[in-house]
Design a binder for this molecule. Structure first.
Ligand SMILES: Cc1cc2nc3c(=O)[nH]c(=O)nc-3n(C[C@H](O)[C@H](O)[C@H](O)COP(=O)(O)OP(=O)(O)OC[C@H]3O[C@@H](n4cnc5c(N)ncnc54)[C@H](O)[C@@H]3O)c2cc1C
Length: 328
């Protein structure tokens, strides 16, 4: 493991924004990841971990402490097991119902035998999903096209169609703030929409074990390709949706046809196309913020403030951020 100093972080975020990390390293093995954490703890440094940087808005001034870029990516198929209990996370959107093609392709996964799969936290989902399907393992196709690692997905409780990452997670290995590795069950994560305990605990995810299925691989492949194509039309130099979708209560109160934040920003707030510096709300998807070139975190935060202020004054709504903001 090689520690570097003052490494620019912008290339490691899909938004291409971010100043230097005081200390930086790439972990390519499990041992390197554990070693990097121990090194930072010894030096009393703040620890940050980056997966694919597709949900992280990094400060222009960079960040203090050690930034670990997580590149550990093994996938292991474990033996088939019984079904595990799942928590109840209330979906906020029902894409399945509104998209006839997906409705036609959806299937009852509980009919198929379960199989446990362990992913290293740096596994890049767009690759892992197709690799699993090619081995007859289904379930993650709903997240296809999202540029996430398994660790980032575990942190935020990734959502695609009407599925959540927590619908599949069984347990995970985490490194705690003392540098100890422990195995924790699904309950530990205290999952909600776009929220997990990781935001406050500071644990780093080492591996995740998911309950998937030996399911209909051909159908899963079609779903994965459908999503991949759909997501490829979204602005890639972005962090996905900046704000969370609306809750069912908010949608009902405002009498909106959808809880989609993109719809709200476009049709209700009429902010599509708004630009601050080199950051703008793109025409393809008003829930996103795209970097047109040299955008800064300051540009993005100013744009966020504009949207939040208008939502509050015009509709009485308190919009919640979906992205993670790293400050200096
Ligand atoms: C074009 C585009 C489309 C998107 N579409 C969707 C979508 O449909 N649904 C959706 O939910 N999201 C979507 N996103 C957002 C994003 O891809 C997800 O939030 C994803 O989970 C982030 O994964 P990451 O590995 O890039 O995380 P990062 O941005 O690297 O990290 C995000 C947070 O997770 C923490 N983290 C990362 N790895 C670990 C780890 N191993 N242990 C502990 N903490 C960790 C980081 O410290 C950071 O706080 C989209 C983004 C883009 C750019």
């Amino acid at each position: 493991m090689k520690i570097q100093f003052q490494v620019a972080l912008a290339p490691y975020s899909t938004l291409r924004i971010g100043g230097p990390a005081e200390y930086f390293c790439e972990a390519k093995t499990r041992e390197e990841l554990i070693e990097a954490v121990a090194w930072a703890i010894k030096g009393q440094l703040k620890i940050h971990i980056l997966g694919n940087g597709s949900n992280t808005l990094i400060a222009d001034q960079g960040v203090k402490g050690l930034v670990i870029r997580n590149l550990i990516s093994a996938i292991k198929i474990l033996e088939t097991q019984k079904s595990w209990p799942r928590p109840k996370v209330q979906p906020r959107f029902q894409l399945l119902q509104s998209d006839p093609k997906l409705k036609e392709l959806s299937y009852d996964e509980t009919k198929y035998p379960p199989v446990l799969v362990r992913l290293d936290s740096g596994a890049y989902l767009p690759r892992a999903i197709f690799s699993l399907i090619s081995q007859g393992i289904t379930g993650l196709e709903w997240f296809s096209g999202i540029p996430a690692t398994a660790g980032g997905a575990t942190y935020i409780n990734l959502h695609g169609a009407d599925k959540f990452w927590s619908d599949y997670l069984v347990e995970a290995e985490v490194i705690n703030r003392q540098g100890q590795v422990k195995t924790v069950p699904l309950d530990y994560f205290n999952y909600d929409y776009d929220r997990s305990i990781l935001a406050t605990s500071g644990d780093l995810v080492l591996t995740v074990t998911l309950q998937l299925r030996r399911g209909p691989a051909k159908q899963a492949l079609e779903i994965a390709k459908f999503w991949q194509l759909k997501k490829s039309h979204q602005p890639q130099r972005s962090l996905g949706c900046i704000f969370q979708n609306l809750s069912q209560a908010e949608q009902k109160q405002l009498k909106l046809p959808t809880p989609s934040i993109g719809y709200l920003i476009d049709k209700q707030l009429k902010l599509k196309g708004t630009q601050v510096g080199q950051a703008w709300i793109p025409n393809q998807h008003a829930g996103f913020v795209e970097n047109l070139g040299g955008a800064t975190q300051k540009d993005v935060l100013t744009l966020i403030k504009k949207v939040k202020t208008k939502a509050k004054t015009q509709l009485g709504l308190d919009l919640k951020l979906e992205v993670v903001t790293w400050q200096n």
